[in-house]
Design a protein around this ligand. Sequence first.
Ligand SMILES: C[S@@+](CC[C@H](N)C(=O)[O-])C[C@H]1O[C@@H](n2cnc3c(N)ncnc32)[C@H](O)[C@@H]1O
Length: 242
Amino acid sequence: MFNKAYGIDAPPVIRHLAVVAIVAFIIAAGSYIVLEIHHPIWAIILLILFLMIGIWQLVMLLWMLYSSLAGKMIMRDKLIADLQLNGDEILLDIGCGRGLLLIAAAKQLSQGGLAVGLDLWSKADLSANSEQQTIALIQKEQITDRTTLKTGDMRQMPFADEQFDVIISSMAIHNIAKTAEREQAFAEITRVLKPGGKIALLDFQFTKEYMRHLKALGWSHVHRSQRYWRMFPPVHIVRGKK
Ligand SMILES: C[S@@+](CC[C@H](N)C(=O)[O-])C[C@H]1O[C@@H](n2cnc3c(N)ncnc32)[C@H](O)[C@@H]1O
């Protein structure tokens, strides 16, 4: 059920949740011990308050771990299945990381098809993120003949115009902090995709904004899925046709 091959998303956030949970439990226990005799009401109030804060942090931490170790595999399978690939597509995974979408998509390709992964290998966004790690997984899955990696930034992609039939991405575009720079990424997506090409973007944040960018760039069939709770934070999939 659990698969750690594709890494833990946002490791600093996981660490932060763990620290806050531990501190909250320590404060809950400490304030109860100190206040129990002379201020029993406050001892109970602070105990309950800090226990609730600690438990909430712990729930989010466990949900995020489930998301990285199981939930994202389920969402990956849905995103790829709904693409209904023919097998001969030239496909790009933006912010491919350890190859979650890239590898699953490449397995659907046959002669003539190619899956390209673009990333700048940020370790703050994904645990043990590196090109070498992803190459090792591609080799293990025996798909080196239809998979290639490129180091680069989605705001300025190292690709020619109208090169790809399909563009996919999971939990990557939100990592660009500024709206104008995300807009730049969508201009790049539009530039490198062939006319009639399609997109499927999974993300937990800014998905309404992604739809606005696509519509402003003249895309059709722009649609945002329901919210899926198998990942934390919960995600939507945005699809569209250039
Ligand atoms: C949370 S990880 C997700 C990785 C993978 N798509 C997955 O779902 O497992 C986000 C990825 O986006 C990449 N990334 C962040 N900003 C990027 C940028 N401006 N250009 C290209 N890749 C970027 C990070 O290096 C990281 O690999």
